[in-house]
Every structure is written in structure tokens, then in C-alpha cells.
Design a protein around this ligand. Structure first.
Ligand code: ADP
Ligand code: MG
Length: 331
């Protein structure tokens, strides 16, 4: 008789293993296996903590490949550390599963490995229960005191930057959910759109290097307009967004044309590029940093005095209405 896997079998077989779980790591005197993990926070640093919960049919299709779900869940968490200028340390994992499917678990655990390895961010604990599929990850990172890149901080005269093109992940979601038909487009284009949705690149190195250059930052998860709005509100300023400077995803443009692609760049989420503000005097340094990190980072507007809003402007600086005023909201 084959007995179903217990919670402890699952942890031992898939999660508490070499290459994923913390081992002989000075940052973690205790990892998986005790009542708590212990974290050694370096002197002079804050512990930065963030959590994202991804639910079936809300954040990923029910039939999404397990490795993609895992990778995305870790990526969006690392992106929050990036947006804070924090260096990843470790993560915990809360899994709710309808059943203990070994193939799914093996693929899921495998999907965590590349980003965990690349960002030196091992698994240090978690929990597993039965229920509808949901993946909760909490990341822990370190940031020197006084250096964190909060959402507030922009001042009139600062420039607004974005770390790369936008829109592909939002269109990728339409592709993986089958909500839109994509006949006649090259498989390479569709492959890149799907990848943009499932495998966003958390801008961790950029976030760390922006300490002392940027005055505020946010990762674009809900759409550029919505996320700039958060920074504008936090600082009580107006963000003047020059529409013609927004880098739209070339693949999005291929499928939708420029205007359609611009809509996605403004309002679709899931790209996880960093939006940040910096004084004009830091522009050269930021451009050099972007070249060094091979990022298509660019200036998309300026900060003005105001009351916490985003205003779209044309190339002559004249106010124009936002093409769409969305941003993804769950409720
Ligand atoms: P408790 O009963 O104290 O909640 P558990 O039996 O749930 O402890 O977990 C035992 C150990 O395994 C703990 O150290 C916990 O952090 C770890 N753990 C549980 N689930 C996971 C998981 N999905 N990934 C990594 N570690 C896990
Ligand atoms: Mg438990």
C-alpha cells in the first residue's frame, strides 16, 4: 500500500534540501527544522520583510506549470526587496495544497532554485496545509539604516525613471489565460510574452545600487499609472509623466500597435520594473549604472509641486488625459 506523503516527508524530500534550504550560512544560525528560524541581522542594518500571496485563478491560471508558479512567487517577493534597496537574505514559504502531488511538488521546488541561487536567498522555513492552491512567500533582506528606498521622498524638480520597457507581462497574462486570440504572431514573440509574465526579472542589483542615488522607488506590479500614484501620494507631489518617453514593450507593439501597447504599458501590471525618482544632478550616474547593468532604464517625467496625483503630458509638456486610468485592483 502506498501511503500519502506526510507534511514532514514533503518538507524533507522537496524543501529541506541542498541547493534550496539554508546550510552553514552565517546569516541563519537556525533554518528549517526548529520552531523558528533565527536571522543574524548585520550591525547597522534593518531587516526588510515583505510577503506576497499568489492564489490560483487570481495570480496564475489553475493549470499553470508548477515551476513557473514557484519562480514567479519568489520573483515578485525579491522585487519588493529590490524596490526597497534591500539585499535578499532568505525566504519562508507557506503552501496550501489540495493534495500532495509529487510531480507538482518536485517541479515547484525546482522552480524556486534558480532565483534562490542567483540572489543567494535560501529557504529558511515555512508551513504546509491542505486547501485550495495558494503560495505565500515572505522574503527577508538587509538594508543599511537610513538607506532604504521608501515610496515617499520625491520632491519637485526630481526626475522620474523606469528601469525597462513595460506591457509585455500584462499581455503575456492574456496569452496564458487564453483571454485573447494571438493568431498569426511569431512563436518567438509569444514565447517572450509568456516569459515576461511568468519570469519577471527582479531588479535586485539595481535597487541596491540606487541607494544614495534615488530618493524613492516602487516596483511596477499594478501598472505604471497606479504605482506612480502611490509614490505621488506618499510624497504629496505631482508626477508629470511624459507619454512619448514611456518605453513600451516591442513585442506588445508588434501585437497591438503603438497605442495599444502604450495602454498596456500604463495600466497592465506584472512587469516588475522599478520606478524611482532622483534629483537631476544624479542623472549621469544613473545612466552610467543602467549601462553597467545592461538595463534600458530611462527618464519618463518630472516631479512637480502638487497634491499627490499623476498627470500625463505630451512632448511639449502640455497636460493630456491619461489613455486609461486603471491598474489592477483585487477588490
Ligand atoms: P510547527 O508545527 O512549529 O508549525 P511545522 O511542523 O509546520 O512546525 O514545520 C516544521 C519545520 O519545517 C519548521 O522549521 C518549518 O519552518 C519548516 N517548514 C514547514 N513547511 C515548510 C515549507 N513549505 N518550506 C520550508 N520549510 C518548511
Ligand atoms: Mg506548521
Amino acid at each position: 500500500m502506498i501511503l500519502p506523503l506526510s507534511e514532514f516527508d514533503i518538507i524533507a524530500r522537496y524543501f529541506n534540501r541542498e541547493g534550496l534550504a539554508a546550510r552553514d550560512d552565517a546569516r541563519f544560525p537556525l533554518g528549517i527544522g526548529d520552531d523558528c528560524a533565527l536571522i543574524e541581522v548585520p550591525d547597522g542594518c534593518h531587516l526588510a520583510v515583505s510577503m506576497d500571496v499568489l492564489g490560483e485563478d487570481v495570480h496564475f491560471p489553475a493549470d499553470a506549470p508548477a515551476d513557473q508558479v514557484a519562480s514567479k512567487a519568489l520573483a515578485v517577493n525579491l522585487s519588493d526587496l529590490a524596490a526597497m534597496g534591500a539585499e535578499p537574505a532568505g525566504f519562508t514559504l507557506g503552501l496550501t495544497l489540495p493534495r500532495a502531488d509529487e510531480d507538482w511538488l518536485a517541479a515547484f521546488a525546482e522552480g524556486l532554485v534558480p532565483l534562490s541561487f542567483r540572489h543567494d536567498c535560501p529557504l529558511i522555513g515555512g508551513d504546509i496545509t491542505r486547501g485550495p492552491l495558494s503560495v505565500a512567500i515572505q522574503v527577508h533582506g538587509f538594508v543599511p539604516r537610513g538607506k532604504a528606498l521608501a515610496r515617499a521622498g520625491a520632491q519637485p524638480g526630481d526626475l522620474i525613471f523606469i528601469s525597462g520597457p513595460l506591457g509585455a507581462a500584462g499581455l503575456g497574462l492574456e496569452l496564458v489565460t487564453g483571454r485573447r486570440r494571438f493568431e498569426g504572431h511569431a512563436p518567438a514573440v509569444l514565447g517572450r510574452l509568456e516569459r515576461a509574465y511568468y519570469r519577471p526579472e527582479p531588479r535586485v542589483e539595481l535597487g541596491i545600487r540606487l541607494r544614495g542615488l534615488a530618493v524613492c522607488a516602487i516596483d511596477v506590479s499594478d501598472g505604471l499609472l497606479a504605482d506612480l500614484q502611490h509614490m505621488a501620494r506618499a510624497a504629496g507631489v505631482e508626477m508629470r509623466l511624459e507619454l512619448n518617453r514611456i518605453p513600451v514593450s516591442p513585442d506588445c507593439e508588434t501585437v497591438l500597435g503603438y497605442n495599444g501597447a502604450l495602454d498596456y504599458a500604463l495600466s497592465a501590471g506584472d512587469d516588475y520594473e522599478l520606478a524611482f525618482c532622483a534629483p537631476e544632478g544624479k542623472r549621469k550616474e544613473i545612466e552610467a549604472l543602467a549601462r553597467e547593468l545592461d538595463l534600458a532604464c530611462c527618464c519618463i517625467g518630472v516631479v512637480a509641486a502638487g497634491g499627490g496625483s499623476v498627470q500625463c503630458v505630451d512632448r511639449d509638456g502640455r497636460d493630456v488625459p491619461a489613455p486609461k486610468a486603471a491598474g489592477y485592483r483585487h477588490f
